[in-house]
Design a protein around this ligand. Structure first.
Ligand code: MV4
Length: 622
């Protein structure tokens, strides 16, 4: 099917990345955007743009009707769904086809075939693809599932048939927990996916997550482009991805590749897809699920194959044959990718929002950065807070790893807190450096918040001093040109305060910094810290949170209220559950207290720092 104008039904880095290739191949590009994304770079880059609605995804990027309307309005004749959003939505793929638009993805029937784990697994077993031993049958009664679980033998994984990516999954290690796990998994699956159907699997412990990139055309050709190792994950969110896997040799690659190709053939696949496997320490591998889309981590495969996977997708959708045969493939070197997020890895991985004040992506040999941001743009609470993907390619794994560490050191974001320092520590961890990290890696090691160095504090004070010296007559700050008197500057980071002495306009190292009112954000030794000038603020009284006011730590929605006015609460007790970006945060009492009032209702949307509960210290509780 030939087409000339491609609408990208997505946002951010992936929309930009898809359009770069589409433009280079001579296609016209159409961006869609929600109100929050009006000024985003992917919108500026497109040949044409269509507003699809307000910021919430349900009224914009997840609305099939609005995307189809945008395609109609712009005269687009093809749709690329990117990843996430509608990329694995059978109804969307079918609606595109019905509207005469080329869907740059698999046929709707292939999306459907992998949408239900039980049906997908039965099909994979028939196709000879190795699957984890388990139960994926129709009898969903408690008694039958218990019997099947005992037959499989503990530990067992209970998974929602309609789930994916680890959602609705439970590990059962003790027989006493089995009944409860089945019941709660079913209830959870019903409310999350609208179906309580479950499958059971033998739990493969300390395995690696190894996935095979496959490609199929409309002429019966199906090939694989090698594997990616995505074992380093946190709560089923990938953190580091690499190709090739340190645990896969040429023979294992050939066998896993053949299984992945068989999986794709069995469902009449077309386009780019990924077949996920668990790889045990004994080299046994088992099909987990198939992702019927291009994936976030595709750049590591591009790096080692030298191919542009989006170009392949466009060619396949246009009816062309795959550009290469399996035999023509050669893998070159090693590539590692990390996902740079606006999240505080040292404070419970809380998602961060806010304006990007400074952005300096690394350059350098073998480095690629895919992103969708620019200075002045705001990371909003409406979407995934990924800022960029940083990818390094090298001749060897060690070269790729050290290049990636260096690239992260050079990549600076000032504004929202990011996970960049945490990523560097992961990459430098001896276990990861040795290629030995499995899915257990992040659960096994602790990465506590690093100390802020004296140099950091001193530099922040000097920068603030310099800033105010520019604004006010120097004498006001006690500065004499001939005889510098130290100027006191009181700074705070969170609840920690320090009094610094600045002795004149010392030479300030050329480090990235940004001054934002009373705050200065300083990047030193790959650690970005926001300091607040408290020199003229009234002295701090109590620690934050212990002033009797429970405040929202971020924008979010109240999903549970566990207290009412008049209740006595104890320090550490959960008062409110706040949901932000799909994650639930338990907000706890900072002191023993009596609740005076609750200012919010369940279901209410609240903004960062809003007061949720007011308490009075409870003397009787001591
Ligand atoms: C498993 C498993 C162990 N045994 N299935 C998590 C994501 C989803 N795709 C499947 N997942 C798992 N399924 C059996 N039978 C362990 C995981 C798993 C995991 C897999 C890959 C990467 C990280 C993981 C972390 C926890 C659990």
């Amino acid at each position: 099917m030939s087409f000339s104008k491609v609408l990208v039904a997505n946002r951010g880095e992936i929309a930009w990345r898809v359009m770069r290739t589409a433009k280079a191949m001579g296609y016209r590009t159409v961006a869609v955007y929600s109100d929050a994304d009006r000024d985003a770079p992917h919108v500026a880059f497109a040949d044409e743009v269509v507003r699809i609605g307000p910021s919430p995804v349900g009224e914009s990027y997840l609305s099939i009707d609005r995307i189809l309307e945008a395609a109609h309005k712009s005269g687009a004749d093809a749709v690329h769904p990117g990843y996430g959003f509608l990329s694995e939505n059978e109804a969307f793929a079918a609606a595109c086809e019905k509207a005469g638009l080329a869907f740059i993805g698999p046929p709707p029937s292939a999306i459907a075939a992998m949408g239900n784990k039980a049906a997908a697994k039965r099909r994979m077993i028939d196709a000879g693809v190795p699957c984890v031993p388990g139960y994926q049958g129709a009898d969903q009664g408690d008694a039958n599932l218990e019997k099947e679980a005992r037959k499989i033998g503990l530990p067992v994984m209970v998974k929602a048939a309609a789930g994916g990516g680890g959602r609705g999954m439970r590990l059962v290690e003790r027989d006493a927990d089995l009944v409860e796990a089945i019941r709660t998994a079913r209830t959870e699956a019903e409310s999350a996916f609208g179906s309580g159907e479950l499958i059971l699997e033998k739990a493969v412990v300390d395995a690696r997550h190894v996935e095979i990139q496959v490609f199929a055309d409309a002429h019966g050709n199906v090939i694989h482009l090698g594997e990616r190792d995505c074992s380093v994950q946190r709560r089923h969110q990938k953190v580091i991805e690499e190709a090739p896997s340190p645990a896969v040799d040429a023979d294992l690659r050939r066998r896993m590749g053949a299984a992945a190709v068989a999986a794709a053939r069995a469902i009449g696949y077309r386009g780019a897809g990924t077949v996920e496997f668990l790889l045990g320490a004994d080299e046994a591998f088992y099909f987990l699920e198939m992702n019927t889309r291009l994936q976030v981590e595709h750049p590591v495969t591009e790096a080692i194959t030298g191919q542009d996977l989006v170009a392949w997708q466009l060619k396949v959708a246009a009816g062309e044959k795959l550009p290469l045969t399996q035999e023509q493939f050669a893998f070159n070197g090693h590539a590692i990718e990390v996902r740079l997020y606006a999240e505080d890895a040292y404070a419970g991985f809380l998602p961060q929002t806010g304006r990007i004040d400074f952005w300096r992506p690394a350059t350098g040999a073998g480095v690629r950065i895919d992103h969708g941001i620019r200075v002045g743009l705001t990371i909003s609470p409406f979407y995934d807070p990924m800022i960029a993907k940083v990818i390094a390619h090298g001749g060897t794994r060690e070269e790729a790893r050290t290049r990636l560490v260096q690239a992260l050191r050079e990549t600076v974001v000032l504004g929202p807190v990011t996970n960049r320092h945490f990523l560097i520590r992961l990459l430098e961890h001896p276990e990861f450096a040795a290629g030995k990290a499995t899915t257990a890696f992040l659960g096994k090691h602790e990465f506590p918040a690093p100390a802020i160095s004296d140099a950091h504090w001193q530099l922040a004070a000097a920068l603030l001093w310099q800033q105010s010296a520019e604004r006010y007559p120097v004498t006001l700050r006690g500065w004499r040109n001939s005889n510098p008197e130290p100027t006191p500057v009181r700074l705070a980071v969170g609840n920690t305060e320090r009094l610094l002495q600045v002795t004149g306009p010392e030479k300030i190292e050329p480090v990235p910094f940004h001054i934002d009112g009373d705050d200065v954000i300083v990047d030193l030794d790959a650690l970005t810290i926001r300091f607040t000038d408290k020199t003229y603020a009234p002295p701090a009284t109590a620690a934050a949170g212990s002033d009797g006011k429970l405040r929202a730590p971020m924008d979010g929605k109240i999903v549970a209220i566990n207290v009412a006015a008049g209740d006595t609460v104890t320090k550490g007790q959960t008062l409110i559950v706040l949901e932000a970006m799909k994650i639930q945060h338990q907000l706890k009492a900072a002191l023993d207290a009596k609740v005076e009032s609750v200012a919010v209702k369940e279901g209410q949307q609240v903004s960062n720092r809003a007061i949720l509960v007011t308490m009075a210290a409870d003397a009787a509780a001591h």
